[in-house]
Design a protein. Structure first.
Length: 521
């Protein structure tokens, strides 16, 4: 008796769950392969008899091993840390945050609270990472990246009192629409627009800015109410528009345009229980090929093989393989003995390591009860300029509030930011608490058990990521894209999605493709 594809997939789901059903759909060509990827389609025995040593168990290293093993390669992963994920790191109860200077912070949050110290969201357009979550059975939930109920604050706006984002966004839009309408009415755009286009644009602006019949902005329901809509005879009342001069002086454009950037647009996702569910999903699939607490000491590459010397539990060990995919951060590689070319040695310092930081606190969820803020980010003009509200476990008693997420040093100029110039961890925590106080007066006292992660001080990282976005970094990017003998480099810094897990995955695909080409040749 024949079985339809639908019935076959249903049976696969019954036997192996969602992951098995999804894999079957891919095998049958029933799912679109997401986005452009250089990952080659390799037979299951393509790499039979070939070995690959992979340095680093971040996303690039894990993806490399996961895909190479499918193609029959013998893989070994050496990871310096005692966990997988690299910068994909979720801090929760029992975790220690250790800095290169010996400083140690211990996390003792309760009720399963956690903090994604590295990546905290997955955009819907990052289809390869979403695909791996499906294959690995990592459950996802929506991450609320923007909320119009979140707040904005600047000392020059509204007497320094925080206002809802909806007021700033829609009042600004209304004023712009009014000014452009006036320009049309004064025929200042006649050289650029036909009469018909002027009429159409005027009609569009009326809706865009919620203008009145005279083309003026006098307020909008979009910006919210001072007296809410209710039952009975009492009318609702709108917020009075904020002053245009104050909106311009406040310069809150970072918050106004935050969700417009291509990688921060809805819909966003996060793994349920923490971002590290992804690397642990890979680790469970890969099994005993992943070796922790292995500190790479030397890489010797040739046209025929690669030998890696490393230590584990003080023992000196070596491994030799036909190929190597090196995903160690370049700040660490610049300090690691190797026989790479002088040009490659120089390239290791050709991209600045971003000195990113995050600060998180355990707190009662006052933002939900008092401000109706459920996820999203508040912005202010201060040393700490944003507060990121948790999406997970909404309506529960407590949550983890990120009060500070930015850089401590400029990438190219090495200029220290005001936050980076603060003299101690305590001073940084004080600035974090002060930012919460400006947005939520009287509530900063509820913040407890802070955790500060400064990525430039994290061992085996020495920075959040190597930032290749600057034109000065182009030569280093081009050099590190070249193999050194049979060693190939991979990591988000060798993609055009630097800082994102998607970029790390695509760089792994690129390395695999070049290994496949070399074998075929």
């Amino acid at each position: 008796m024949s079985v339809t594809r639908r019935v076959f997939i249903q049976r696969m789901a019954q036997i192996g769950g969602y992951s098995a059903a999804f894999s079957a759909m891919r095998a049958l060509g029933l799912t679109a392969v997401p986005g452009p990827s250089p990952l080659p389609q390799l037979a299951a025995d393509f790499g039979k008899g070939k070995s690959v040593v992979i340095l680093g168990a971040g996303i690039a290293g894990l993806v490399s091993a996961y895909e190479l093993r499918k193609a029959g390669f013998e893989c070994t992963i050496l990871e310096a840390r005692s966990r997988p994920g690299g910068r994909n790191w979720t801090v929760r109860k029992g975790c220690k945050v250790e800095f290169t200077d010996g400083t140690v912070q211990s996390c003792d949050w309760e009720n399963g609270a956690y903090f994604n110290a590295g990546p905290g969201r997955i955009p819907s357009i990052h289809t390869h990472m979403l695909g791996y979550c499906r294959e690995l059975g990592v459950p996802l939930e929506v991450e609320v990246n923007a909320s119009r109920s979140a707040l904005m604050q600047a000392d020059v706006l509204n007497g320094g009192n925080a206002v809802q984002q909806r007021q700033v966004v829609y009042d600004t839009r209304g004023y712009i629409a009014e000014l452009l309408t006036k320009s049309i009415n004064k025929h200042t755009l006649d050289d650029a627009l036909s009469n018909e286009d002027c009429v159409r644009l005027r009609d569009f602006l009326r809706g865009f800015g919620d203008l009145n019949s005279s083309g003026n902005y006098v307020g909008t329901t979009r910006a919210g109410f001072t007296t809410s809509r209710g039952a009975g005879l009492a009318p609702s009342a709108l917020h009075q528009p904020l002053k245009l001069s104050e909106l311009l002086a406040a310069n809150l454009s970072k918050g106004e345009f935050y969700e417009e950037q291509i990688d921060w647009q809805a819909t966003m996702f996060q793994p349920i229980g923490g971002m590290d569910r992804i690397p642990y999903g890979f680790a469970q699939s890969l099994g005993d090929i992943l070796h922790y607490e292995c500190i790479v000491k030397e890489i010797t590459t040739s046209d025929h093989s690669v030998t890696v010397a490393y230590t584990k539990s003080s023992a000196a060990l070596t491994v030799t393989a036909d190929f190597c995919i090196c995903t160690i951060p370049i700040a660490i590689l610049s300090q690691t003995k190797n026989n790479f070319s002088p040009e490659t040695q120089t390239a290791f310092t050709g991209m600045p390591m971003t000195a990113q930081y995050k600060i998180a606190w355990e707190s009662p969820r006052f933002w939900e009860k008092e401000n109706n803020i459920y996820g999203g980010i508040s912005f202010l003009n201060d040393t700490v300029d944003l507060i990121w509200y948790p999406t997970d476990k909404m309506f529960s008693p407590t949550g983890v509030l990120i009060a500070g997420f930015n850089i401590e040093r400029e990438d190219i100029t090495d200029k220290i930011t005001p936050f980076g110039a603060l003299p101690s961890i305590q001073a940084k925590l004080d600035a974090s608490r002060a930012a919460v106080e400006k947005l939520h007066p009287g509530r900063s006292r509820l913040l407890t058990k802070p955790i500060y992660v400064g990525w430039s001080r994290i061992p085996y990282s020495l920075g959040a990521f190597a930032n290749n976005r600057h034109v000065e970094c182009d030569p280093a990017y081009a050099q590190l894209d070249k193999p050194q003998g049979r060693t190939y480099f991979a990591g988000d810094y060798l993609s055009h999605l630097v800082g994102w897990q998607e970029g790390a995955a695509l760089s792994a695909h690129h390395a695999i493709d070049r290994i496949a080409q070399q074998i075929r040749a």
